[in-house]
Write a protein that binds this ligand. Structure first.
Ligand SMILES: Cc1cc2nc3c(=O)[nH]c(=O)nc-3n(C[C@H](O)[C@H](O)[C@H](O)COP(=O)(O)O)c2cc1C
Length: 176
């Protein structure tokens, strides 16, 4: 069995996206990394931020996990700024930290989002799929979700269950 991690990009570690992430994490028996708890600054062409939390964090993720599930709230029809900054910083792994970047090849990516109404937003997952493709990662799938007044609706609970099964099936296949 390969190890999974959920990387959560909400601006609050105890919000709606976290509720969905925790429900999925319970089914995948995995942990959650809250990007909001890390000091990761915007991409810098001169790499002046090379001593912030990004490089140790991506190193830990690469060394320990094979399936990376990105969980993001929908902020203005897109992924959160925190998660986008994390993706921007993967550029460091293609420039100064090439060895780290190469290790992303062959890893699996999946994505979930959480918005106010669980509606599919055209093109929302395109940057994730394209990034996976560019980095040589395998894109396993995605799901949309929402939380109503702090409660995960029943249909979303079912979606999480199915999404977990889908990811577990892929994980089993990979492990064979
Ligand atoms: C800055 C901001 C932008 C948002 N933009 C959208 C949006 O474009 N579409 C949508 O359905 N919900 C939008 N929402 C609502 C959030 O997606 C929703 O409340 C989500 O559950 C918040 O998750 P969180 O508690 O992890 O931040 C927005 C919320 C914020 C704070």
């Amino acid at each position: 069995m390969q190890k999974a991690i959920i990387i959560e990009g909400s601006s609050r570690a105890n919000g709606d996206t976290n509720k969905i992430s925790e429900a999925l994490a319970a089914k995948l028996s995995c942990e959650i990394i809250h990007l909001s708890e890390y000091n990761i600054s915007a991409y810098d062409y001169d790499f002046k931020n090379k001593d912030d939390d990004f490089l140790p964090l991506i190193g830990k993720i690469i060394d320990n996990y094979d399936l990376i599930v990105f969980a993001t709230p929908v902020y203005w029809y897109s992924m959160s700024g925190i998660l986008k900054t994390f993706f921007d910083r993967i550029t460091d792994c293609l420039k100064t930290e090439k060895e780290t970047g190469r290790k992303l090849r062959g890893k699996k990516m999946a994505v979930l989002n959480c918005s106010s109404s669980d509606t599919q937003i055209d093109g929302f997952f395109v940057p994730f799929k394209a990034t996976a493709d560019y980095l040589g990662m395998e894109y396993l799938g995605d799901m949309t979700s929402c939380v109503n007044d702090g409660v995960i609706p029943e249909n979303i609970q079912n979606k999480i269950e199915n999404f977990a099964k889908q990811l577990m099936a892929q994980k089993e296949k990979i492990a064979l």
